[in-house]
Design a protein around this ligand. Structure first.
Ligand SMILES: O=C(O)CCC(=O)C(=O)O
Ligand SMILES: [Fe+2]
Length: 228
């Protein structure tokens, strides 16, 4: 075992170096400085207020997600993207800022050594309290094979990264710690993944989150105009 991070309970392969979890799926621990994490937390607090407030997404079958979500650029409403939040308050979604696209390109350089012309146009910002989870799913509403960039801030979690064929095995459990970057593209772009567990109390208070976990994913929708 190497590295200073948590995860010494034997549940995880403790690996705090850039690691390719599966072809095209790269974990870069400690990628965001504490300063950048603080800036992102502050920005997320603003986005959570509106114009579309952060909320628990209701699924078409009536289930309610334990995670709270707010979107930028395009509003994700299961299972499509639109420019307005028809399932919340009908407001137009907040714009996707250029600086966040720049951060996405920096992330691809860290993960893959190149940007590949990455032009993300939507972000999903998820907040997990200690009991929140996300079931195994594919990010497949996008009409683009461009990578998903995932940034984690606050409490650590168990991130389960699987295969493209089913929700089940084989998968790998990776501990995502505050500041970690995870990118999945190429052959892993449509792999099933989820968050089976948050590890409450693991956040560094210096990042400005008292408890819980923020996850920001950047994506290219491949859409244009007002909605698909
Ligand atoms: O919270 C995470 O790390 C993953 C989030 C996710 O899979 C999603 O928003 O689609
Ligand atoms: Fe996802």
């Amino acid at each position: 075992m190497t590295g200073a991070a948590s995860g010494d309970d034997g549940l995880f392969a403790v690996e705090r170096e850039r690691t390719e979890i599966a072809p095209g799926a790269v974990h870069v621990p400690g990628w965001l400085s504490v300063e950048r994490q603080r800036e992102l937390v502050a920005a997320c607090r603003e986005w959570a207020r509106g114009p579309v407030p952060m909320r628990h997404t209701v699924l078409p079958g009536g289930g309610v997600m334990s995670v709270r979500t707010v979107c930028l650029g395009w509003h994700w409403q299961p299972y499509r993207y639109a420019r307005t939040a028809g399932d919340v308050n009908g407001a137009p979604v907040a714009p996707f800022p250029d600086w966040l696209a720049d951060l996405g390109r920096e992330a691809l350089v860290a993960a893959y050594g190149r940007t590949g012309g990455y032009a993300p146009d939507t972000a999903l910002i998820n907040f997990y309290d200690g009991a929140a989870r996300m079931g195994m799913h594919q990010d497949k509403e996008e009409r683009s094979g461009a990578p998903v960039v995932s940034l984690s801030i606050g409490d650590s979690c168990v991130f389960r990264f699987g295969n493209t064929g089913s929700r089940g095995r084989p998968y790998r459990d990776v501990e995502l710690v505050s500041g970690d970057l995870f990118v999945f593209g190429g052959p892993s772009r449509f792999a099933y993944h989820g968050v089976p567990r948050i590890l409450p109390g693991t956040a560094d208070p210096a990042v400005g989150l008292e408890s819980g976990r923020l996850n920001i994913t950047l994506r290219e929708t491949g859409l244009s105009g007002s909605s698909r």
